[in-house]
Design a protein around this ligand. Structure first.
Ligand code: GTP
Ligand code: MG
Length: 232
């Protein structure tokens, strides 16, 4: 349809006509995305090695509570748990979110649950969670996610952001800084930045304590602002 219109407009008005049609169809796509997300929710996924706080973060978003102290979920089982689309108060705004599924972080689930979720959701954003323990495992998990993004041509098409969320700051912030902790991941972060630049998504690192409600609101506001389609 567009190419037919383009041909007609190019024949009648030359390049100006072609550009006009391109512009209009781009705006129609943007408007469609904007309305679609308002109704059906922002598709994003939460990944990360075992026990990093994925379930807790989804609960934090879902319950709209500012602290989950004492909250102690069981490790997420193979197959994960379905998460229905819900609205969440983030900053001053009510945003409709669609994380689709809460997946577990055990190694055996990466090739199965993580990959399936990525393919099914075609997320606009990925929150990759880690903490201050088990550096090698977090490196493996992050490299797995980068490989997955590299290889999955359809699933990565809408990707606008990958946030590295370093959780449990209540346990490590008194002994070290975010920069120091992230020195362990210098190669992975470099690779992630290169990939982001090449594929056109944004990536950055933030610290948080989801159970204490510290830094999560800020991280989520930034994340949502980057991944949501613009109304223009
Ligand atoms: N101290 C502290 N503990 C946290 C924080 N966030 C989560 N936890 C705890 O870490 C443990 C694991 O949290 P989960 O949310 O189950 O982690 P998960 O990534 O879903 O774990 P799997 O499903 O096994 O992959 C729980 O005991 C949480 O209460 C935090 O910010 N600080
Ligand atoms: Mg879990």
């Amino acid at each position: 349809m567009t190419s037919f219109l383009e041909q007609v407009f190019s024949a009648v008005f030359g390049t100006v006509g072609k550009n006009l049609v391109n512009n209009l169809s781009q705006r129609a796509d943007q408007m469609y995305d904007f309305v679609y997300v308002k109704v059906f929710g922002l598709p994003f996924i939460v990944l990360g090695a075992r026990q990093t706080g994925k379930t807790t973060l989804i609960e934090w978003l879902r319950q709209n509570v500012r602290s989950l102290d004492g909250h102690d979920p069981a490790p997420t089982a193979p197959g994960g748990d379905a998460v229905h689309t819900f609205s969440s108060q983030i900053g001053a705004e009510n945003v409709r979110l669609k994380p689709t599924r809460d997946v577990g972080g055990e190694y055996e689930m990466w090739e199965t649950d993580w990959l399936e979720l990525f393919r099914e959701t075609r997320p606009r954003g990925i929150i990759f969670m880690l903490d201050h323990t088990d550096v090698l495992n977090h490196k493996d998990a992050l490299n797995f996610v980068m490989n997955m993004i590299e290889e999955e041509i359809d699933a990565k098409r809408n990707l606008k952001a990958v946030l590295l969320l370093v959780n449990k700051s209540d346990l490590w912030l008194s002994g070290t800084s975010l920069d120091k902790l992230m020195q362990n991941y210098a190669n992975e972060v470099k690779r992630l930045r290169n990939q982001a630049e090449r594929l056109g998504y944004k990536t950055w690192t933030q610290s948080a304590s989801v159970t204490q409600g510290v830094g999560v609101d800020d991280a989520m506001r930034t994340f949502i602002n980057i991944i949501r389609p613009s109304p223009k």
